[in-house]
Ligand binder design. Structure first.
Ligand code: AMP
Length: 464
């Protein structure tokens, strides 16, 4: 019989018990911080209608979205439409990864896997706004899927931990969201990290001031966003490929290269009304953040653009010298919910990049040594005592002691080893009609206990 591959799909992982415990540990801390800030939980489906996702994440996002093939008769019709489309001029696009047919893909699919948690929030808010408070503070911890090229801290299935405030334009929201994100990192044990901050309105104004045409704005912002990865020369090359003139390129790169301060950018934008407004908003955000955990972590970075298409105001990104990519990011997106609701509703939020945080926690030894929850491994030396073990386990569990019962007769040494492997402080076994209880802490064994005696001994000892 041909054997199917046992590997999970590229960029996805099986999580074995120790890894799941680490994930639960981190999620429980993040959830505590979010709840302490008054945010409420929301969950949305893994699948979204493709039309809800498309066009929200910029060009790259559309390409990296996992699409779900149509089924049955609609699939046959879709194939016919797509085949006819391929013959039309412009249907095939030459890109870095070869020939693609972006429009054909959407003729073959009607659903997509969620790409982030922000667009699903916007959709769900629009669907349920009558049941939700005017200012809705929600958190969401769920997996998302992107057809990224897998690498260190880069997966195709990964968790995000989002918190967002819908329904307020107040800069207090930015400050609270950034404060909560920073507090999560601190509570998880991180010490070296910063919160890079910029403003989409400021970037737009800078690009305008530098003399670019309105239709070059998105290209320019996309190019600047890549500064971290491709350096100044790379950004320059990309801008010139996109037909940005030399004088404009120089003005832009001058500002970006020197790591311009907010003061310098403010000077550059003097007299540009929208630009001045953006600078003032950023200043206010920074001042308010002085009252939160984020205050000491904020660094202004005029080159921060954040690729996603929907941001409209202040943007932020968590960076650590220990990781090349971002550990989380967010910002204000006042136009997104309107796309689903038909009227604008302001919003601002943050997504923690959970997998990257876990990676750094593992490397930095930030997980507690023993994350196991088991108190006791219980077994019997001889076959035939199963009923007695089941009865004893039930009584112990009712008293709040977690018990893992061995399904076959085992020597005491095996049971002690199993307790060690599971991080359980106790092992006990039935031998000659009575229980023997071994305590890992001091490697001692109490012998000749009946069921009540076993319970009393375990009740006396601190569980761990
Ligand atoms: P974004 O929705 O693109 O702003 O991403 C938010 C956060 O998710 C990022 O800051 C990363 O930490 C994390 N992230 C993005 N893409 C991936 C990926 N492919 N694998 C793991 N984490 C990711």
């Amino acid at each position: 019989m041909a054997k199917a591959s046992a590997q999970p799909p590229k960029g996805t992982r099986d999580y074995l018990p120790a890894a799941v415990r680490q994930r639960y540990h981190a999620i429980s801390i993040i959830r505590q911080v979010y709840e302490a800030h008054g945010f409420e939980p929301l969950e949305t489906p893994a699948l979204e209608r493709l039309e809800a996702l498309s066009g929200k994440y910029g060009e790259e996002g559309d390409q990296l979205m996992f699409k779900v093939l149509l089924r049955g008769q609609p699939l046959v019709q879709g194939i016919e439409r797509a085949a006819a489309h391929l013959a039309e001029p412009g249907a095939l696009v030459e890109g870095r990864s070869g020939t693609t047919a972006p429009k054909a893909a959407s003729m073959l699919a009607d659903l997509g896997l969620r790409y982030d948690l922000t667009v699903p929030l916007a959709r769900a808010y629009a669907a349920h706004q009558a049941e939700l408070p005017g200012v809705f503070k929600r958190y969401q911890i769920q997996p998302v899927w992107r057809a990224d090229t897998p690498g260190k801290g880069r997966y195709r299935e990964f968790y995000q931990c989002d918190l967002d405030v819908v329904g307020s334009t107040s800069t207090l929201v930015e400050a609270e969201v950034a404060g909560a994100a920073v507090e999560c990192l601190t509570r998880l044990g991180f010490s070296e990290f910063s919160l890079r901050t910029n403003h989409r309105g400021l970037l737009k104004a800078v690009v305008e001031r530098a003399g670019l045409q309105p239709n070059q704005e998105v290209d320019a912002i996309t190019a600047i966003d890549k500064l971290d990865k491709v350096g100044l020369e790379g950004v320059d090359r990309e801008l010139s490929e996109r037909n940005v003139g030399e004088a404009s390129r120089r003005a832009l790169l001058d500002l970006v290269a020197g790591g311009a301060t907010l003061e310098r950018v403010g000077e550059f934008l003097r007299g540009h009304a929208a630009g001045e407004r953006a600078v003032a908003e950023l200043r206010q955000f920074m001042e308010l953040s002085g009252h939160t955990a984020a205050g000491s972590r904020i660094v202004f970075d005029v080159s921060l653009a954040r690729g996603l298409g929907y941001y409209t105001g202040t943007i932020f990104e968590l960076s650590s010298p220990k990781f090349g990519g971002s550990l989380g990011g967010g910002g204000r997106y006042d136009g997104l919910i309107g796309l689903f609701l038909g009227r604008e509703v302001p919003a601002c939020g943050f997504a923690l990049g959970f997998e990257r945080l876990l990676l750094l926690m593992e490397e930095g030894g930030l997980f507690p040594a023993d994350l196991g929850a088991l108190d006791l491994v219980l077994g019997a030396v001889a076959e035939g005592d199963g009923g007695a073990l089941l009865g004893a386990s039930r009584e112990l569990r009712a008293a709040g002691i977690s018990v893992s019962m061995s399904p076959r007769a085992e020597k005491p040494g095996k049971l002690r080893k199993a307790a060690e492997d599971r991080g359980a402080p106790f092992a006990a076994w039935l031998e000659g009609g009575s229980f023997q209880l071994w305590r890992r802490a001091d490697d001692t064994t109490v012998r000749g206990l009946d069921r009540a005696g076993l319970l009393a001994e375990l009740g006396r000892a601190p569980a761990r």
